[in-house]
Design a protein around this ligand. Sequence first.
Ligand code: KG4
Ligand code: ZN
Length: 383
Amino acid sequence: MKIDKNVENDGVIFMSIKENDEKAVETSADDNVTILAIESSCDETAAAVVRNGREVLSNIISSQIALHTVYGGVVPEIASRKHVEKINGCIRAALSEAGLTLDDMDAIAVTYGPGLVGALLVGVSAAKAISFAKNKPLIGVHHIEGHISANFIEHKDLEPPFVCLVVSGGHSHLVVVKDYGEYDIIGQTRDDAAGEAFDKVARAIGLGYPGGPKIDKAAREGNPDAFSFPQAKIPGAEYDFSFSGLKSAVLNLINQAKMQGQELNQADVAASFQKAVVEVLSGHAIRACKEYGLNKLAIAGGVASNTALREFLEKECVANNIEFYRPSPVLCTDNAAMIGSAAYFEYKKGVRFGLDMNAVPNLPLGDRERRYHGRSSNQNTNQ
Ligand code: KG4
Ligand code: ZN
């Protein structure tokens, strides 16, 4: 991936991500399905043009991280307002980089959940307006399905079934991807998501926001065996995760050190915490591959960009004869190309949303019936 970056006057980072040319998929022109995808579920405003689910013609991300850093986390109202300011520019840039216009699009796709409701609504409103004005089919995409689909962009040969470890700021799921858009959730977190644990621990040890990348960096200078932190096992639910005990153990260590007037080595705490998370995530994922008889493991979500997790899983997969799939870090964190990829497979199934589409902040993954709120996957209400 090639990333062009510039910082705008308001501190927002504007990025254009390009694929390496040799990865383009060869298709006959008649079969082409070109989708404009929009993502605004949290603190990234993003738009992309994706062809046939795997070829990224443009991928624009406007990242607000710098704006939220002073508050130590995402402030929903600020996020929504920035999305409103940035969304049209992102869409225009995505079309212009792809060298296409709205008239060339076969469908408009957007993340409609889960996420921050005010943030989601900005993308959903933009997508509905374009769909209505240009009479283009509208496709709502589940944010986590988008994360999983980032693997289809990076790995042109990847096809279901496979196991996917989805680890982001709001989700930690172990999923069997049975087919495109068909998922069995075999494990999930009982409390904090993996990314949330990274963010909270980073704050506690004074690294600040965003915690994941900061712990990742600090840990490179630290000793992962300096402290032994608990790795929770949940009786009767071997694929579920729990990170709250681990987080409390880190907080206790910090408090004890403070009371005894000792100085803790930040890098050692970061490395030891990260090791505990990486071993739990990897252990569950490898076991799932073996027990479900699947020799393909993919990772997805912001935490999937973690260097230690990627290195550890790479080795584990080689040792266990499992093919390891991981998107480039920039496709692991929030972007719209992944939404365009997921939307393509929905489009092929005949999924169409009406203009009554709404943002659903707690949209469940898996279980198509519940996810579509009774909407038939072949319902074509807008074309
Ligand atoms: O997928 P994502 O961009 O947004 C959500 O859908 O939540 O994930 C964001 C999360 C944050 O908690 C962030 O700290 C974490 O992913 N993250 C990382 C790394 N980069 C981002 N965690 C560990 N190591 C990283 N390198
Ligand atoms: Zn995400």
